[in-house]
Write a protein that binds this ligand. Structure first.
Ligand code: ZN
Length: 237
């Protein structure tokens, strides 16, 4: 299978990035104080912002090269913001699992989100940041929170839904990279559905071990048992 040719021959390309791409932050030491998770998270954000060479970002850049000039949309399950350090178009990425660039109230007293950049001075000093509405702590706007404000990605999600409607009866290539079963209702199941209802769709699933296709997609689908980062690295761009 030549991915480049397949993409070149398509009208639109839908990409799903799975948990395989998520940074594990093993290089970042947690802060010494307990229950200071916002500061731990801030350390992680700084780590991502400081990365100069990284195999995941390199893989995203190969993808960006493959997608050059194409009408594409990327949905990612990662919340580490690494994808924004690549050449992929920011306006074509939606990250429904959150981000380290925004804050929310830990109790979600309102859905309101706040830019981390507005609080850098406080974070650098290790000062607590409190919700301006209820006085509870602010935390990073990530799905792993006890409560998650979805406000941070909804505008992008609407854009994505609109884009998705535009794929109907179009020659769309759907590429799932390292998407497991952690949040199957975000990428895995809807992507299968899009591939199934669109007669002109082609579907590629790349995963270390969850590469199997449903019976419905056996004909128009390609299943690749491989690490998705290695898979991208081996593409001719
Ligand atoms: Zn609040």
């Amino acid at each position: 299978m030549n991915l480049k040719n397949m993409i070149n021959g398509s009208d639109m390309v839908l990409i799903g990035i799975g948990e395989c791409f998520q940074e594990q932050f093993v290089a970042v030491k947690a802060t010494e104080e307990k229950n200071q998770s916002l500061f731990d998270e801030y350390e992680r954000k700084k780590y991502i912002d400081s990365l100069e060479k990284d195999e995941t970002i390199d893989a995203y850049n190969i993808l960006a090269k493959l997608l050059e000039g194409k009408n594409y949309f990327v949905v990612t399950l990662c919340d580490d913001d690494k994808i924004y350090r690549s050449n992929l178009r920011t306006d074509r990425i939606v990250a429904p699992c959150g981000t380290y660039s925004k804050l929310q109230c830990e109790n979600v007293c309102s859905e309101e989100i706040y830019n981390v950049d507005d609080y850098i001075a406080e974070l650098e000093k290790g000062e607590k940041i409190l919700c301006p509405k209820c006085g509870a702590r602010l935390v990073m706007n990530r799905i792993s929170n006890r409560k998650y404000s979805e406000e941070g990605y909804l505008k992008k999600w609407e854009l994505y839904m609109k884009w998705l409607q535009g794929t109907l009866n179009r020659n769309v290539v759907i590429i799932e990279l390292g998407v497991g079963m952690k949040y199957p209702s975000v990428i895995r199941w809807p992507f299968e559905k899009v591939a199934f209802i669109n007669q002109k769709a082609r579907f590629i699933r790349v995963h270390d071990y969850l590469y199997q296709l449903t019976e419905d997609l056996k004909e128009k689908g390609t299943s690749i048992e491989e690490n998705p980062i290695v898979f991208l690295r081996n593409q001719i761009v």
